[in-house]
Design a protein around this ligand. Structure first.
Ligand code: NAD
Length: 363
């Protein structure tokens, strides 16, 4: 049996250099900045990561021209504009932090063209995608631009040791969502599917292990590798139903990004699975369970994550206000047609924290 009969696809391989390994933020970062000829660097780090960032930059402190710490979730346009002002005179941007920090660096690169060196401290994966996002008046706009793709990424699992278990779990499931959705997103290819499958395997191994022992470096390494693969698969395959839902909800109600993904993913997987048997088979093998939607829902419960969007403060009547906005952006080749009624049922289940197959959730 051939795996992919009549295979035909287009795959865009993205440039970018990755240095991966324990201790690399201390041993490799300066050389990476040298390679970018970065002499007047704008350092971007969120308030909680600023001390770590200053410590990592101490060996080349004379090259830090400015530091910007006003990092906000979903990159509000006002914060982006202040970061752009802080970049005046800089010749490179160094971001040290999670997806919001990388996103702020991308906002700067979008208008200035400055090269980015990224040191991720969560599993968001933004550092290997050319996707930027900005939020204005409760509406999140995203776009793709090669200028925002970091030129170099330094992945150091040691930096993720401080990520608390709930954040690790939510962020790891955000990465899982990149992988799962890569199987039906509009620009999927055998290349993105292969990367996504390996990402699922690494994340499925790392998530429970980190929850049991957050200092388990082998598990932290699995998760960070999984996050890299997840971002790579997402960058190639693009956004499908899951990302469109999370994007509209996140922008409209300022929901926490990773938790929103963790809650919605099992529901989108359960919705699409009957119409995407090949994707389901490959996701199941990589995940190591025959029913990955139920598995991911149970995993979220075991990791102590909120299971319903209502636990994030969303009201039930908020759901109707986003239906049309989501329907307008769902890719037309989603495996299962998305009707208003189908989407309402899916969103309601995700809001209530129901089991993805409709049964009651017991925690
Ligand atoms: P985040 O960057 O907002 O970080 C979440 C929290 O984790 C923050 O409080 C931060 O201070 C803390 N934190 C980060 N690293 C830590 C560490 N090592 N130890 C302890 N605390 C740490 O959240 P996120 O989930 O990483 O990123 C979400 C953002 O990234 C969203 O805006 C999302 O849209 C964006 N994103 C973009 C892409 C893309 O391709 N453009 C992909 C994924 C996510």
């Amino acid at each position: 049996m051939t795996l992919l009969p009549n295979t035909a696809f287009t795959h865009t391989a993205l440039p970018g250099r990755v240095v991966f390994g324990r201790g690399t933020a201390r041993t490799a970062l300066a050389a990476e900045l040298d390679a970018l000829q970065a002499r007047r660097i704008l350092l971007i780090a969120g308030p909680a990561e600023a001390a770590l960032a200053r410590e990592l930059c101490a060996p080349f402190a004379d090259r830090i021209a400015a530091t910007f710490t006003e990092v906000r979730p979903h990159v509000p346009l006002e914060a982006a504009e202040r970061a752009r002002q802080a970049a005046a005179g800089a010749d490179a941007v160094l971001s040290i932090g999670g997806g919001s920090t990388t996103g702020t660096a991308k906002a700067v690169a979008l208008t200035t063209g400055l090269p980015i060196a990224a040191v991720p401290t969560t599993y968001a994966g933004s550092e290997v995608t050319p996707v930027w996002g900005l939020t204005q008046d409760g509406r999140k706009t995203t776009g793709t631009d090669p200028r925002v793709l970091p030129r170099t990424v330094v992945y150091d699992p040691d930096l993720t040791l401080t990520l608390p278990v709930p954040l690790s779990a939510a962020s790891g499931l955000n990465a899982m969502a990149h992988c799962v959705e890569a199987f039906w997103a509009p620009h999927r290819s055998p290349v993105s599917s292969a990367v996504a499958a390996e990402g699922i395997r690494a994340l499925a191994a790392g998530l429970p292990a980190v929850a049991t022992d957050p200092t388990d470096l082998a598990a932290r390494t699995d998760l960070l590798l999984g996050a890299y693969l997840a971002g790579t698969a997402f960058a190639a395959a693009g956004s499908g139903l899951h990302h469109k839902i999370c994007h509209v909800l996140g922008g409209a109600f300022d929901l926490p990004h990773a938790e929103t993904h963790a809650i919605v993913l099992p529901h989108v997987l359960a919705f699409n699975a009957p119409a995407a048997p090949d994707a389901l088979a490959r996701i199941s093998i990589a995940y190591g369970r025959p029913d990955p939607a139920a598995g991911l829902h149970d995993l979220g419960l075991r990791l102590g994550l909120p299971t319903g969007l209502r636990e994030l403060g969303l009201r039930e009547d908020d759901l109707d206000t986003v239906l049309d906005g989501i329907l307008a952006v769902v890719p037309s080749d989603n495996p299962r047609p998305v009707t208003a009624a189908g989407l309402r049922t899916l969103l309601h289940a995700a809001w209530a924290g129901a089991h993805p197959h409709g049964e009651e959730t017991t925690s």
